[in-house]
Design a protein around this ligand. Structure first.
Ligand code: WTA
Length: 645
């Protein structure tokens, strides 16, 4: 294969030998999807196994969609049972711990473990429709727990393991879950993280929980509460190894996933079974080009949507071998990721731009220490990838010959919506290319009209897609207000800015609302602000995402202290710790400055746009509408000092 040295404005054509073997290499697919929207999705639904075929492909009463209406299926059946005949001894999960130990589960073993745990959950009283919270790190039991819930029709709600005790409590209290699955501890950079202790602290504020299942993973000492806490290994030991999957309606809830929005409270995104399974199964197959002998590695955490769709449901539904890694990318050294790629002959590698920029900063010598020649496709997700990082990734990790799929999507979309198809799409460094076939995307202005090519606007979806959010759990109004109120109920507001170039390629410009992506992690500025103002020394706070070369954005806080509070470095330190306690280490602020006043409009609204410009060291633009324009200069000076600090 010819190695190309791409430059920023070059196009990367899909290599011929890749095209030949690609799962999807027919360029007419776009046209066919266009001509017969429902027929297209109906055909794709045949990639999933159903107990009962659907009566209708789609019922669309904007903004409510139902897909494959009347169809019946089970997600865990699709990820496990249906592979047994052909793949019972194939490895489904290849797990590597931080200490280097490896655990594997074949499809048969994963089915058995899932069935046992599903029965154990039933034994605890879990019934179809009950919501089960899962608070587990990157260990195989996280996947087993999710699939076991799916098996018995109990929607799971996974909470990212690095979220704090308070954040856990909030995510348990909203759906009032009665069941929680956690572990004793896990390894991070050679230390044992005391996870059960943190869980207990959260449970002090979450009274709905009746039963807690604890995985013994790190072997650290824990306190088990009598009558409430049980060990995973104890309850599975006596559980039956066979568990009939529950026959679920296509529109039954598969899971809840809390995500940050533009208010202080995260929202529970509801995903249902049929459409989600169709969407993730097909995108995993076409976008990652999964083949029987691939070793597929998505470095996301199961606690986020990427882990749900592209570690668990999509790849396993395709019968793939999925690699999971417990630890940090730079421990014990900065070649850890590449050591794992070489050790397990990884063929598909999917990660976030922050990770790519970090690898780039560490230098090519680290990947250079290992044989990465097994890699045949690389992917990116979670934030915009700048052309420079794209080119480095393509050249250094993809050896200049692998297709790079930059996939745009959201917790709410369930599956990748803007993405190359690697056997068809010519790539442009930094662009997410075009919509997946059957997906209708546009860049709109404030009034809902399409903007001319080359101009920026709001990224919108103009038609439903199978794995779309169905509602916000117990908060219909928020569903309507957040996504469907800007232009009416037929046009979904994504919250991202975008631009289409002269070739129709899409370029994502980042969030245009109060959501920020810090190192690919989704956080709400309002959530951070409400954490800050709950501190006794804080009168008012405004949080913005400050641009960062590696992490995309970092958290920058403007704090007005209460009268009598002392503006000291100690207080800054305390506030930083406080925010971490309230949310988790991913929310640690990069900078905090004290501001006697925040820039406000005459009606008293804080102008975050100005605060962001100040944090980024940019021109603030027009400030004549402010009631207190004089604060801008004061803040600019303070930010300069803080950033230099
Ligand atoms: C951003 C993650 C640019 C975007 C799957 C979106 C991206 C938010 C890309 C959703 C990409 C995701 N290029 N930006 N390829 N993928 N985003 O819910 O701002 O954690 O709205 O889902 O991530 O974040 P979420």
């Amino acid at each position: 294969m010819v190695k190309m040295n791409l430059k920023e404005h070059d196009m990367f054509e899909p290599p011929e030998d890749f095209v030949k073997q690609a799962n999807m290499n027919d360029p007419d697919i776009y046209q066919r999807a266009e001509e017969d929207f429902e027929g297209f999705w109906e055909k794709l639904a045949e990639n999933v196994d159903w107990y009962n075929r659907w009566d209708n492909v789609l019922e669309w009463n904007p903004p409510y969609s139902k897909w494959f209406v009347g169809g019946r299926l089970n997600a865990s059946y699709n990820c496990l049972d249906r592979h047994i005949e052909k793949r019972s001894d194939k490895i489904a999960i290849l797990w590597e711990g931080e200490t280097g130990d490896v655990q594997t589960y074949t499809y048969l073993e994963l089915l058995d473990a899932t069935s046992r745990f599903a029965n154990a959950l039933k034994g605890l009283g879990v019934k179809k429709g009950d919501i089960v919270s899962i608070y587990l790190p990157m260990i195989p039991e996280a996947v087993i727990a999710m699939l076991a819930c799916a098996r018995i029709g109990a929607p799971h709600s996974v909470v990212f393991s690095a979220f704090s005790a308070d954040a856990l409590a909030q995510r348990i209290n909203d759906p009032a879950s009665k069941y929680l699955i956690t572990c004793d501890g896990y390894y991070r950079r050679g230390n044992v993280i005391e996870h059960k202790g943190k869980t207990d602290e959260g449970l002090d504020k979450a009274e709905s929980i009746e039963k807690v299942v604890v995985v013994k993973h790190a072997g650290n000492d824990v306190t088990m509460q009598d009558g409430r806490d049980v060990w995973w290994h104890d309850i599975v030991e006596s559980a039956n190894i066979s568990c009939e999957p529950e026959v679920m309606d296509s529109e039954d809830m598969l899971f809840l996933m809390y995500t940050s929005g533009t208010t202080g409270k995260p929202k529970g995104v509801v995903h249902t079974t049929g459409g989600y399974m169709v969407g993730t199964t097909v995108t995993a197959n076409w976008v990652f080009d999964l083949k029987e002998d691939d070793i597929y590695w998505c470095t996301a955490d199961v606690g986020w949507i990427t882990g749900h769709s592209y570690i668990v449901y999509g790849p396993l539904s395709n019968g793939a071998t999925v690699l999971m890694y417990e630890g940090a990318p730079d421990y014990p050294d900065k070649d850890k990721i590449w050591e794992i790629v070489e050790k397990h002959s990884v063929t598909i590698f999917y990660t976030a731009p922050t990770a790519v920029r970090m690898f780039m900063k560490w230098g090519s010598q680290w990947p250079g220490m290992h044989d990465l020649s097994t890699i045949r496709l690389i992917g990116s997700v979670g934030e915009p990838i700048n052309p420079k990082a794209w080119l480095w990734y393509h050249e250094t990790i993809g050896n200049g010959r692998c297709p790079l799929v930059d996939t745009w999507w959201q917790t709410e979309t369930g599956m990748a919506l803007l993405t190359p198809l690697p056997g068809i799409t010519s790539l442009k460094p930094g662009s997410v290319t075009r919509p997946f076939p059957g997906v209708k995307v546009a860049v709109l202005d404030n009034a809902g009209n399409e903007v001319p090519r080359g101009e920026g606007g709001f990224l919108a979806l103009l038609a439903p897609w199978p794995s779309m959010i169905r509602t916000v759990y117990k908060n219909e109004q928020r569903y309507l207000d957040t996504y469907w109120s800007k232009w009416g109920t037929g046009k979904y507001l994504s919250g991202d800015g975008a631009r289409q170039d002269e070739d129709g390629y899409f370029w994502i410009l980042g969030r245009v609302d109060d959501v920020i992506k810090v190192a690919g992690h989704r956080l709400g500025t309002m959530e951070l602000e409400s954490a800050l103002v709950s501190h006794p020394s804080v009168a008012e706070a405004a949080v913005v995402g400050m641009s960062d070369e590696i992490k995309g954005e970092v958290i920058f806080c403007y704090v007005t202290p209460k009268l009598g509070a002392i503006e000291s470095e100690e207080l800054k330190d305390e506030l930083s710790k406080y925010i971490v306690k309230m949310i988790g280490p991913i929310a640690r602020p990069e900078g905090i400055i004290f501001a006697d006043e925040l820039p406000k409009t005459r009606s008293g609204k804080i102008m975050r746009r100005i605060l962001k410009a100040i944090a980024d060291g940019k021109e603030v633009g027009d400030i004549t509408t402010l009631q207190n324009p004089e604060v801008v200069e004061i803040l600019e000076k303070k930010v300069k000092e803080e950033v230099a600090h």
